[in-house]
Ligand binder design. Structure first.
Ligand code: GUN
Ligand code: ZN
Length: 469
């Protein structure tokens, strides 16, 4: 990770600073001594320009390098962190979050599919995208790896809203041509791939947007669709296109896959067979994974999204980080809300559930490991660890500000803990409401809890050039 400050660009935007306790991760605490995996500045200063971080360090040392820096937001009783990263979420399920779920397959049929069918209507998709982004930014999430649904309207609505905030987002059309209602089904495998390529060409690398090829999961695609999706992925893999799907979530799903693809030795091999496993493949859940599958996920540098809130809600399986992070073949892991299977949009609240999932299996999860998963771990899972997920020179300036005193009780409780990570453990474990004070996206404060209006699009926050100051 770069530590050398970037030079000030004399033709760029005016410098902006954020001052307070700063915490950022630089290595994986599952594989290294925890204490060596982060940088912490009790009174830190982040200097930003043109949407990037140009310097970070102790306030007194850094401030004197920038006499022209006047615009500084200062936070006390808060921890300034990289924006949270949600590695797996369905924005199209926002309208049915909290729907009764008996089993995954019942819940999909009864609530999910009928809701997703409504996204043919662009106005409906626009309304949901708007609300979804407001929720994410309120929770301090600045990047997400997102399922849209079958229709181009659902993809356009999502990326259009992302462009308004200038967020770095990954999304795409969902491929699904069997075992679901006609109202949601692709017309044909060929047509679905042509539409995918058209959307990919429209959105991939447009501003900060990135495209993912998304077969929903093996049971809802014909072998023909999986084959064409794999060929498309292989054609675009070197241009940074993603493959995003579900894998090994619950035993009934795995049994179904075994029945549908009897020639493949395991679920991962089904995707592999069709060319869908590679760098920038992101697999959601991975609760019930065989050793051979972990080895393949490691070998192919795949990312895995741990979605504990959803796994508990749907009674799936229990993720095993100690399997994923086996030091002989570690896998990249980040957190996912999996809304609407997940029951809230908050990454810190996922950490609370992740801790309990580990405890049920006689393990634990420290605050250091947890907040790494929420930030840099997520960036690694998405192969964006040189771009987002850390606060260091050259990184995109996506930042969350975690309030340590969001309520009277929280303020009182914090009096009894001195250590930063003890405090952060309280934040995640109590699932504190309203815990994010402000969210910066590419250096602009697009969310501020105490501002009216709380959310602003990037274009509503003027850019001032240094030369105009
Ligand atoms: N498997 C296939 N589709 C879905 C979905 O929408 N949510 C979850 N949790 N699992 C899935
Ligand atoms: Zn999902």
């Amino acid at each position: 990770m770069a530590t050398t400050p970037l030079p000030v660009n004399p033709d760029g935007t005016a410098l902006k600073g954020i001052r307070g306790q700063v915490l950022t991760f630089k290595a994986d605490p599952f594989l290294n001594n925890e204490k060596e995996c982060y940088d912490y500045y009790p009174d830190g200063l982040i200097v930003m320009q043109d949407g990037h971080i140009i310097n970070v360090g102790d306030y007194t040392a850094v401030a004197k390098l920038y006499p022209q820096l006047k615009d500084i937001d200062t936070y006390t009783d808060a921890v300034i962190m990289p924006g949270f990263i949600d590695c797996h979420v369905h924005y199209v399920q926002s309208p049915m979050i909290g729907s009764f779920g008996d089993t995954l397959l019942q819940w999909l049929n009864e609530y999910t599919f009928p809701t997703e069918a409504k996204f043919k209507d662009k106005a409906f998709a626009d309304e949901v995208a708007r609300m979804f982004f407001r929720q994410l930014l309120e929770q301090g999430t600045t990047t997400a790896n997102v399922f849209a649904t079958t229709f181009a309207t659902s993809v356009d609505a999502f990326f259009e809203e992302s462009e308004r905030y200038n967020t770095r987002m990954i999304s795409g059309k969902v491929l699904q041509d069997r075992n679901l209602p006609d109202s949601l089904k692709d017309e044909s495998a060929e047509e679905s791939i042509l539409l995918t390529e058209k959307l990919l060409k429209k959105w991939h690398h447009r501003g900060r947007q990135l495209y993912a090829i998304i077969p929903r999961f093996a049971p809802t695609s014909t072998p023909e669709q999986l084959q064409l999706a794999g060929e498309l992925y292989q054609r675009y893999i070197d241009q940074g296109v993603y493959m995003h799907t579900h894998l090994d979530e619950v035993q009934s799903e795995i049994d179904w896959v075994t029945q549908l693809f009897p020639d493949q030795p395991n679920y991962t091999e089904v995707y592999k067979h069709f060319g869908l496993v590679g760098r920038r493949s992101v697999m959601a859940h991975c609760c019930i994974v065989r050793e051979e599958e972990w080895q393949e996920l490691h070998r192919c540098e795949c990312g895995v999204a741990h979605c504990p809130s959803s796994n508990l809600f749907l009674g799936d399986g229990e993720f095993k980080y100690w399997e994923a992070k086996n030091p002989t073949r570690p896998v990249r892991v980040g957190m996912g809300t999996d809304v609407g299977g997940g029951t809230n949009f908050s990454i810190p609240r996922q950490l609370n559930e992740a801790y309990k999932v580990a405890m049920l299996q006689m393990k634990n999860l420290t605050a250091i490991k947890s907040f790494y998963l929420a930030t840099r771990g997520g960036a690694e899972a998405l192969h964006l660890e040189n771009t987002i997920g850390s606060i260091a020179p050259g990184y995109e300036a996506d930042i969350a500000v975690v309030d340590l005193k969001p309520s009277e009780f929280a303020a009182w409780r914090m009096k009894f803990s001195d250590d930063l990570f003890e405090k952060l453990f309280v934040v995640m474990t109590l699932g504190l409401n309203n815990v994010n004070l402000a969210t910066y996206v590419a250096g602009k404060k697009v969310y501020d809890r105490s501002r009216t209006p709380s959310h602003l699009y990037a274009s509503e926050i003027p850019d001032t050039k240094i030369s105009e100051k």
